[in-house]
Design a binder for this molecule. Sequence first.
Ligand code: ADP
Length: 672
Amino acid sequence: MPLFEKILIANRGEIAIRVIKTCRRLGIATLAVYSEADMRSPYVRLADEAAFIGPPPARQSYLVGERLIEAALAHGCQAVHPGYGFLSENAAFARRAAEAGLVFIGPPPTAIATLGDKMASKTLALQAGVPVVPGHDQPLDDPEAALAAAEAVGWPVLIKPAAGGGGRGMRIVRQPSELAHALAACRDEALKGFADGRVFLERYIDDPRHVEVQVMADRHGNVIHLGERECSIQRRYQKVIEETPSPAVDEALRERMGRVACDLARAAGYEGAGTVEFILAPDLSFFFLEMNTRLQVEHPITELVTGLDLVEMQLEVAAGRPLAVAQDDVRLNGWGIEARVCAEDPARGFVPTTGMITRYAVPRGEGVRLDSGIEDGSLVTIHYDSLLAKVSAWGGSREQARQRLARALNGYHIEGLTTNVDFVNAVVNHPAFAEGRLSTGFLEEYFPEGASNLPPEPWHLSYTAMAALMVFHTRRYLVKESLKPMSPLVGAARTLQDRHDYVVRVDHQVFNISLKGEPDSRRWEVVVDGKKHEVLAPEFAYFRRRLALKIDGVSHMFRLQYFENHIKGFFCGVVRTYEIYTPAEWNLAQYMQRERKETLDNVLRCPMPGLITALYAKEGDYVRKGQELARMESMKMESGIASTCDAQVEKVMVSPGQTVESGDALIIFRTS
Ligand code: ADP
């Protein structure tokens, strides 16, 4: 007997697909719901049945509880899985579903209501003996009371909306003079975001880690925990990368955190999957933050290390069965790391991006798990969360999981809209991340302005230079009719088996690279600045957008975009344009550059071919060296062009919308 015959999934995107997968395995039929914007979404096709619920805005579709309940009843569902977000933590919806005779796959409405309120849940936690952040437990009305509360709690303080979520409205206050303003701003945002103006304050813990415990409870009094997840890599209090276990938590700490998390769940009369969030101070003291009464976005990594299916456990508990797993049965094996891939632009303050996915290729590899809600042709709109997919990797050790995740992200190709995939990969490849030195301030410290504060690792550049060059080289020598890499050259005395020399420039670095293919094999000898590498390459039958190379015995994945001898390479979060020259071309280019420098150093030249999108200087302006004077778009990337000197602008040679070539004059400066 299946747990249920049919359930409604009150969600969309990757999480709807995630729930469908388990249901399918368990023989449970699924009903998807979709707004107009989602009528062609993959999850709708994957479900056994689908019901239309309204126009694109969530307020008129995914958040209209009555319509979902109607659909569930009309299609003969017995239960509703809310996923995360939307109505997942809405006690009124859970209650209405129950009244309509549907099982809400989540905790009882009373538990949702108490735990969903940050202040009420803190009170409950205190009663259950759970350590909480020192704070004031009443809503703050006027600045006077707030000041007294802050003095009592100790500076710095954090002002939070009681009904908050997603980090919205929170304000750090470091001194009394900032308090009144922060209080008003927080209340304002709380009213707008949650229609609830209650705000409170607590001590702000400096340099903390975010560590949360996954719990699972049944109706029969069993409560277990499935270890912790560390989610310290956050931007604006929103998680970006999560891992389990936490590099900061040892067995004893895990046992203590797990125990208090279970105590809290018990005190709340909890059922189903829940997450107890803690803040872990540098001295390893920990404090309760809040409890999320649903399946978390980052649950896959817990599944990777425990081998359990959390959705299946949710369904079992909701069907009234006792937990099949006891605390002693829970084994944590290896390490799991997850990266959230979002439609957003890290270079522009992480603003959400929209567009159609014109090309889509998914990452693969040992230990890699992808939870994605998109495909070729998906339209990403303004209406929903920017989360597109989650890439997770399992490894026997943290380092193995990290390397597998980096490789998976290297091979994740999403074209058509800007995503954060290279940004998250840069984070995964940052030495501080590799060493597990995490805190919630990590991104602010190491990725100010959305980019790494370190120069790229030399091997990231040289490997990508090799990859770009190998495609360029073989394409150049291929015989059109027989697309075989080892074909002899047409009309030339040399073959691919001869040694060929090149110069590859990236940023201000130059690599001297020579290549030699072995006859009738995919083996190449590649020498980079005197260092010999053995490379195993695929057949270069076309301009590959994803290229897998085995370099000195280790497999790597590169993403490439082509523009004649300018090849854009994406590897380990390092995104650069690689310029390829033969030695003769290089000498000529160098010569021309010297000529230009000597005669025309009053000219700002275009660094690459593309389209001018904006100009920030006009005739007569005084500009400083390093000041951004223009922006250009090249191969779908926008970049700024900075002034090379302190000078006055004599003439602007281009206008927005104009296409330009590498070396074109953009601005002429006045030479005094
Ligand atoms: P939300 O429900 O809005 O996401 P949380 O209470 O879960 O808010 O906090 C989100 C994040 O804010 C935490 O992961 C942590 O980085 C930070 N944070 C919250 N409370 C504190 C605190 N008292 N001191 C320091 N950082 C905090």
